[in-house]
Design a protein around this ligand. Structure first.
Ligand code: PEP
Length: 249
């Protein structure tokens, strides 16, 4: 039995409105989960979510941050500003940002380091595309993404954050990795971390993300190196997100 406490994070992506969020928060508060929980809305709703989660153990997170410190960087948001808004966590290097906004491995590593420096706990996303998996390059791609993070962050720091393995072909597609496929990559990530720092590798939470639903969550979370999940589509419905959290206990 691992010492790692399960962690489940909601990634709302670019969805929500003040009214919808209020309904979600109301539903969530009706049946608070027992696992560690993070809710990541768009920036402009962070304060609403922080207030809506007040008095619960759940914490708020952002979906992105700047790699810079405050100054003339139009449209960017610093780690310190997110902390100021009440965020405790931040998603870094989501595949949608890598693919649509050109975030490369090095920038993702720099953002993870900036998150730690600014007082946030990053959930760093890694994962291969379908073409990379079919070419047999999954381990190599994920290792390179992880190494770029380790070029900027000490393994011991990662214990305070999390790494999310999100195969790109499983995100928003309804095509979940099998528990065996996910476990295989999670074990490889932990082994690579262990080459640098065995204690940190044992203590760092590795989340799975990619079409996690109430019906498949328990089987995924039972795998020995899967310490929770990063949930996109299913996190938009409070009852579904709560059911996934319940599967993590
Ligand atoms: C995600 O975007 O982090 C994700 C896992 O999405 P979904 O659950 O919708 O596949």
């Amino acid at each position: 039995m691992s010492m790692r406490r399960k962690l489940v994070a909601a990634n709302w992506k670019m969805n929500g409105s003040r009214a919808e969020n209020a309904r979600w928060l109301h539903g969530f508060r009706d049946a608070l989960p027992a696992c560690e929980t993070v809710v990541c809305p768009p920036f402009v709703y962070l304060s609403q979510v922080v207030e809506g989660l007040a008095g619960t153990a759940a914490e708020a997170g952002a979906q992105n941050l700047s790699d810079r410190t405050a100054g003339a960087w139009t449209g960017e948001v610093t780690a310190e500003m997110l902390v100021d808004a009440g965020a405790k966590w931040v998603i870094v290097g989501h595949s949608e940002r890598r693919a649509a906004y050109g975030e490369g491995d090095d920038l993702v590593g720099a953002k993870a380091a900036r998150a730690f420096a600014g007082g946030l706990r990053p959930i760093v996303c890694v994962g291969e595309t379908l073409a990379q998996r079919e070419a047999g390059r999954t381990q190599e791609v994920v290792a390179a993404q992880l190494d770029a993070v380790l070029a900027h962050c000490a393994p011991a720091q990662l214990v305070g954050g999390a790494i999310a393995y999100e195969p790109v072909w499983a995100i928003g597609t309804g095509r979940t990795a099998t528990p065996e496929q996910a476990q295989e990559v999670h074990a490889a990530i932990r082994a690579r971390l262990a080459e640098r720092d065995a204690g940190a590798a044992e203590a760092t939470r590795l989340l799975y993300g990619g079409s996690v639903k109430p019906g498949n969550a328990a089987e995924l979370f039972r795998q020995s190196d899967i310490d929770g999940g990063l949930i996109g589509g299913a996190s938009l419905v409070a009852a579904d997100f709560l059911a996934i959290c319940a599967a993590a206990i």
